[in-house]
Design a protein around this ligand. Sequence first.
Ligand SMILES: NC(=O)C1=CN([C@@H]2O[C@H](COP(=O)(O)OP(=O)(O)OC[C@H]3O[C@@H](n4cnc5c(N)ncnc54)[C@H](OP(=O)(O)O)[C@@H]3O)[C@@H](O)[C@H]2O)C=CC1
Ligand SMILES: O=C(O)[C@@H]1CCC=N1
Length: 268
Amino acid sequence: MKIVFIGAGSMAEAMIKGMKNASSFEHDELWVTNKNDSARLELLSEKYGVHRSYDLSSLLDEADVVILAMKPKDAKEALASIQPHLRQQLIISVLAGLSISFIENIIGEAAIARAMPNTSAMIGQSATGLSFNDHILDSQRVTVLSIFSAIGSVTCVEEARLDLVTGLSGSGPAYIYYIVEAMEKAASELGEDAMPFIIQTLKGAAHMLETSNLSPEDLRKAITSEGGTTEAGIAQLESRHVKDAFAECIKEATDHSGRLRRQFEQIH
Ligand SMILES: NC(=O)C1=CN([C@@H]2O[C@H](COP(=O)(O)OP(=O)(O)OC[C@H]3O[C@@H](n4cnc5c(N)ncnc54)[C@H](OP(=O)(O)O)[C@@H]3O)[C@@H](O)[C@H]2O)C=CC1
Ligand SMILES: O=C(O)[C@@H]1CCC=N1
């Protein structure tokens, strides 16, 4: 199978590394191109053994799958550039916000999957939301599922839900890294010893959520002794309305996915 990434940034690299590590795809099945950063293509080629090219005609001629991995602002130009070279290939978009119908409007009738993965794809731990249009054949659906299940979990959702998936889990790893930055700063007296405590605490909590059959609230309560340290700490989070801040964070990111669509889908 020939899989071509149009765009060679963070998300393309996370997918390439994850797909290679999963051993489901050979490096010579994967091709990359970008707008003009040839050093970046060279780096990806050296690191992962993928092919690189700027010749869209030969790149797409025998492609089976085309993965759109440029920023939403660059999508219109990129789609217009690949459109003349497409021949009914399976198209997969990982673009935040932009709809399947926008892609159809530029490239015409095609089998299109819209996905929202995250950068944990790099270690096979993405949480990917997926939608398909009606032109997808069963065999193409299997191909899409095989790509995203190689790099993490996959959940099919209505396309209208992908903005929320973007605000929740597409951007989600960044929220967790933000919290870790705060925890590390708060524990600066421990110096470089702080991070192992933080990482193992996150891993342990994630594993408990996955395996214990208890709700997050129950798990939190099991740690919170009356008159104890956790209660004292959580009281600070409550007084600063941290739950509200998180609700606003995810709502704003979700709404922004819609704003990207309205901004970059206008076809002049
Ligand atoms: N980063 C993330 O965590 C996630 C990102 N996404 C989505 O993935 C997409 C890519 O994001 P990300 O990887 O972070 O972005 P980057 O900015 O890291 O990479 C964008 C890439 O697109 C290329 N590009 C721009 N214009 C064109 C063009 N006309 N033709 C071909 N390639 C082009 C750029 O090339 P050059 O460098 O030469 O300009 C660059 O390689 C976005 O749509 C984003 O919404 C989805 C989930 C998570
Ligand atoms: O920040 C962004 O727009 C992209 C989409 C999800 C994660 N990164």
